[in-house]
Design a protein around this ligand. Structure first.
Ligand code: NDP
Ligand code: OXD
Length: 310
């Protein structure tokens, strides 16, 4: 079996290649650009493959996304449409996202940005927030990551709601579904967390119209994708006070350019797409198991639905 690996950073490609080669002695694992016999390649393990690279492999059985999202694969305008896409998800990814969401929701809830500003001005400013039970948090997207994050927030005591495409039931979480229930969900979300996949239906969803439906002064945590956020609308909402603070992990352009206003805006916390990374050590085992299962059964549980976009 022949497997190729591609990440935009050659050092990362080499790390994944070596890890998969060690885990899968039955396979020939190469960097995609170095594939000696393209017709023999059966699996492409990729992050942001770009346009045209995957079309070089006529015998591809599946594309493995080195991530939960598949938008970076679907962005390939020459993508061989018939080839299934396998997501890489798992316990570590979910755990990391739960930590990230809990950290930043607690930080907004306990007014840490305002306290940090008070410290910078040597100002003794006691801010007493309500207990978490009096804070309404909303999670957009109730898949692997969103549902786990919502459960963690509920376990911390937050008055937690979630919104998805289809109706769900999660203990301790008020679930809303579809466009018809979005308004009611937003109206109660003092801290809004976005964990949606980027699709045609969710692109630009974090915009001025949506911000206007949140309680005044709400805060935002976006760990979905940069394409969810209309950046100018957020800057205007921060400047008017409609949004009090935003924590952003994902951006339209990554790395975020040095001159981008988000870096220095007092109302924005930037993290460099690290909410939940897949590393070759633990992720390699999941990728190897998925490829072996797909070879054996022709399917895996983590198959994405390309037509749906996630
Ligand atoms: P899943 O595919 O498991 O879940 C997606 C959720 O979003 C589902 O609940 C789905 O609804 C909902 N959804 C999709 N489209 C819509 C829509 N139009 N309206 C309302 N709800 C919608 O994804 P994961 O939880 O695994 O991952 C979510 C995203 O998180 C990834 O696609 C990726 O973009 C991002 N991510 C970011 C990381 C980071 O480090 N910042 C790391 C990993 C992922 P339904 O349940 O009805 O299908
Ligand atoms: C992912 C990501 O989709 O890292 O897994 O963003």
């Amino acid at each position: 079996m022949s497997i190729v690996v591609h990440c935009p950073d050659p050092a990362e490609t080499a790390e994944w290649r070596d890890r998969l080669a060690a885990l899968m002695p039955e396979a020939r694992v190469e960097a995609l650009e170095a594939a000696a016999a393209p017709e023999a390649v059966r699996y492409a393990v990729v992050w942001q493959p770009g346009t045209g690279r995957l079309a070089r492999f006529p015998g591809l059985r599946a594309i493995v996304s080195l991530g939960a999202g598949i938008d970076h694969v679907l962005a390939d305008r020459a993508l061989p449409a018939h080839v299934p896409i396998i997501r890489t998800v798992g316990r570590d990814l979910t755990q990391r996202m739960r930590e990230y969401v809990a950290l930043h929701v607690l930080r907004h809830h306990r007014e840490m940005p305002a306290l940090a500003a008070a410290q910078a001005a040597a100002r003794w400013q006691q801010i007493v927030p309500p207990p978490a039970t009096g804070r309404r948090v909303g999670v957009m997207g109730l898949g692997n990551l969103g549902a786990a994050a919502a459960r963690s927030l509920a376990a911390l005591g937050f008055d937690t709601a979630g919104w998805a495409r289809s109706a769900r039931e999660i203990e301790g979480v008020a679930c809303f579904a579809g466009a018809g229930e979005l308004g009611a969900f937003l109206a109660r979300s003092e801290i809004l967390v976005c964990l949606l996949p980027l699709t045609d239906a969710t692109a630009d969803i974090l915009n001025a119209g949506l911000f206007a439906r949140l309680p005044h002064g709400a805060s935002l945590v976006n760990a979905g994708r940069g394409g969810h956020l209309v950046e100018e609308d957020l800057l205007a909402a921060l400047d008017s006070g409609r949004i009090s603070h935003a924590t952003l992990d994902v951006f339209r352009q990554e790395p975020l350019p040095a001159g981008h206003p988000f870096w220095r805006h007092p109302g924005v916390t930037v993290t460099p797409h690290i909410a939940s990374m897949i590393d070759p050590e633990t992720g390699g085992r999941i990728v190897a198991a998925n490829i072996r299962a797909f070879e054996r059964d022709g399917t895996v549980a983590d198959l994405a639905d390309a037509a749906r976009g996630y």
